[in-house]
Design a protein around this ligand. Structure first.
Ligand code: G3P
Ligand code: CA
Length: 225
């Protein structure tokens, strides 16, 4: 049962910050989940929304700012928005990293960065899983480098996600946990896919998805899993 910290250990530190990812490591998480967009100057930025409005003291689209400009905005008045390189360096192979592609153009950049960390810093493909609700970006990822593990995100039909996962030879399916029952979890697993539901936070929800025999859980509080 993989314990994967959603946007870092979001229940304890501001989401998608180095502090949240450090907290996830401190809680012995097996993995972290994070979201990425591109800055104006092409850096991979770890942030959930397409704007900085909700999580920082600034306003505007991430794509409209350079990395230097993004670094001047603060999260909770003290933390900076991290780049994906900074998160990789913090984690340093200590757990799995689930990178959710949100912003357009991220697939190519993320694949290149993963390849760099594998060839130059001793990381392995098993340290990564790329997911997205935008399945075109997953197809792009798979065609750029078929060795990178892929997780098919879905909040709709499990059967459609299963068919797509087969088509692109994904490693996992990441369903909204409310779609799951014991039968469809088994159906996905017998086709060879890991089942990693999100975002499962309460003890009651965690117990319920555990009873479906999932392979891991993406949670704001991975310590409760
Ligand atoms: O990866 C699962 C989950 O993170 C998807 O939803 O909105 O939290 O990115 P969201
Ligand atoms: Ca996410």
């Amino acid at each position: 049962m993989l314990k994967i910290a959603h946007r870092g250990a979001k229940a304890y530190e501001p989401e998608n910050t180095l502090q949240a990812f450090q907290k996830a490591l401190d809680l012995n998480s097996d993995g972290i989940e994070l979201d990425v967009h591109l800055s104006l100057d092409g850096h991979i930025i770890v942030i959930h929304d397409e704007t900085i409005d909700r999580t920082t003291n600034g306003k505007g689209l991430i794509n409209d700012f350079t990395l230097a400009e993004l670094k001047s905005f603060l999260i909770d008045e003290k933390y900076q928005i991290p780049t994906l390189n900074e998160v990789f360096d913090l984690v340093d192979k200590k757990c799995l990293i689930n990178i959710e592609l949100k912003g357009l153009g991220t697939a190519n950049k993320v694949v290149s960065l993963i390849e760099e960390y594998i060839s130059e810093k001793g990381w392995k493909y098993e340290h990564f899983i790329i997911s997205s609700f935008d399945w075109n970006m997953l197809e792009e990822t798979s065609s750029l480098n078929p060795n990178i593990p892929i997780g098919v995100l879905t909040e709709e039909d499990i059967n459609i996600a299963l068919a797509f996962a087969k088509k692109i030879k994904a490693k996992a399916i990441h369903p909204d946990f409310q779609l799951l029952n014991k039968e469809n979890v088994h159906q996905m697993q017998e086709k060879g896919f890991l089942v990693l539901p999100w975002t499962v936070n309460s003890e009651e929800e965690i117990q319920k998805v555990k009873s479906h025999n999932v392979d891991g859980i993406i949670s704001d509080n991975p310590d409760k899993i």
